[in-house]
Design a protein around this ligand. Structure first.
Ligand SMILES: NC(=O)c1ccc[n+]([C@@H]2O[C@H](COP(=O)([O-])OP(=O)(O)OC[C@H]3O[C@@H](n4cnc5c(N)ncnc54)[C@H](OP(=O)(O)O)[C@@H]3O)[C@@H](O)[C@H]2O)c1
Length: 374
């Protein structure tokens, strides 16, 4: 239905422009025609915040007025968008790069082209698109952005994967590529293995023949979680308490010591990653879910010469990587389409946004990634 409406809009607009040209003698007519040919978005239902603060108290659902779709712009009817930890950090005001308030929440997602400005080429109503690189304001029913901010993807892409493919899977891919040279038979160690990044690391590593050693939080049902991660390709999965032993490496079966460690959590979970690393290994920190600092024993530097690095996708994307980003997104989406990249998600209707937000904030214990469906 959305598609039919948008095509009509476009046809009306085009027709009026030809009318304009054929009666070019009359300025008045031309002005009337220009006014009539303006394409407007539909009104948009959006999650907005006017101040930074706790996301559950500063966000609210509002209806935004229609906006003009300018000649180089595209109006997209959103289909799905996740609630990521960084979205929460942006609303809290603790993320280093964030939109000015008042702002619409959300940073990645997927939608269907609804209408296009008169100068737009290569995108038509009905095309499936994602904002690429991701950008703010995806938690709303209609998003208008310049045409080059949208990346057209295969219409067969599963919506929930298309809407979540950039921030976390791309981070997993880059971290496996950018810090050490890994070959088949090598291993990596990571904490936060249940996160989307963690689940992608397991699968992308396995796909390259790389073993993964995974650390999860202690929680009820941890055996079931271990089985799920092993089904994705994890070689070893330990709870933090299982690693309270003198020599963690004695717990490994036939896996070589890892040269690369990925830290999503900080605190004790980061110390455990360090314990597994081999001589001259590297730990890359990309998240701080426990909000606890990383403590590094002096011996790790002196006797193991470990390196500590950081990864931030937003910085990586800023380094003129727009084309590379799109190529990798297409690659990851193909893997998802082929069933080679999976992760746990819960699709939630937009009207239940605040229930999903509470889950994403951890108010109900461990939960799958919350993905809003519009
Ligand atoms: N640096 C970058 O460029 C970049 C890019 C993408 C993501 N990230 C970061 O990567 C991390 C994971 O993101 P995601 O979207 O993949 O995660 P997610 O799917 O939303 O999952 C959240 C993860 O955090 C864990 N967790 C939640 N609260 C915790 C706590 N208090 N202590 C320890 N662990 C806790 C959860 O463990 P349970 O399963 O046990 O609940 C789960 O593994 C986030 O910190 C995010 O900001 C960074």
């Amino acid at each position: 239905m959305a598609r039919a409406r948008s095509i009509t809009l476009k046809a009306v607009s085009t027709g009026l422009w030809s009318l304009n040209q054929s009666r070019s003698g009359s300025l008045r007519n031309a002005q009337t025609v220009r006014a009539l040919s303006t394409i407007m978005s539909p009104p948009s239902k959006a999650v907005v915040y006017e101040h930074h603060g706790p996301p559950d108290s500063v966000t609210r659902m509002v209806e935004l007025s229609p906006v003009e779709v300018k000649e180089n712009q595209v109006c997209v009817k959103m289909l799905a968008a996740p609630i990521n930890p960084s979205d929460i950090n942006r609303i809290e005001g603790v993320y280093p790069v964030r939109p000015q308030v008042p702002a619409v929440g959300g940073y990645e997602g997927v939608g269907e082209v609804y209408s296009v400005g008169s100068a737009v080429k290569g995108l038509s109503p009905g095309d499936l698109v994602i904002p690429s690189p991701p950008s703010s304001g995806t938690w709303q029913t209609y998003v208008v952005k310049d045409h080059d901010m949208w990346h057209k993807i295969s219409k067969d892409s599963p919506i929930e994967y298309a809407g979540t493919i950039t921030v976390n899977p791309l981070t997993a891919l880059r971290m496996l590529e950018d810090f050490t040279t890994l070959s088949a038979g090598d291993s990596i160690v990571q904490n936060g293995a249940t996160s989307i990044v963690g689940q992608c690391v397991i699968q992308l590593a396995r796909y390259r023949g790389i073993h993964s050693i995974n650390i999860i939080r202690d929680r009820a049902g941890s055996d079931e979680v271990k089985e799920k991660l092993k089904a994705l390709g994890a070689d070893e999965v330990f709870t933090e308490s299982q690693l309270e032993v003198k020599n963690v490496k004695s717990l490994l079966s036939n896996i070589p010591e890892p040269a690369l460690g990925l830290n999503c959590v900080g605190g004790n979970a980061a110390s455990l990653v360090l314990k597994f690393l081999r001589q001259e290994g590297t730990m890359v920190t990309y998240g701080g879910m426990s909000k606890k600092p990383i403590t590094v024993p002096t011996s790790s530097f002196i006797f193991k010469d470990l390196s500590l690095r950081g990864f931030w996708l937003q910085k990586w994307l800023g380094a003129d990587k727009a084309k590379e980003c799109r190529d990798m997104v297409d690659y990851l989406l193909r893997l998802a389409q082929e069933g080679k990249l999976k992760y746990e998600m819960e699709l939630v209707p937009f009207d239940n946004f605040h229930t999903a937000l509470d889950k994403a904030l951890g108010k109900h214990g461990s939960q799958p990634k919350q993905v809003i469906q519009f």
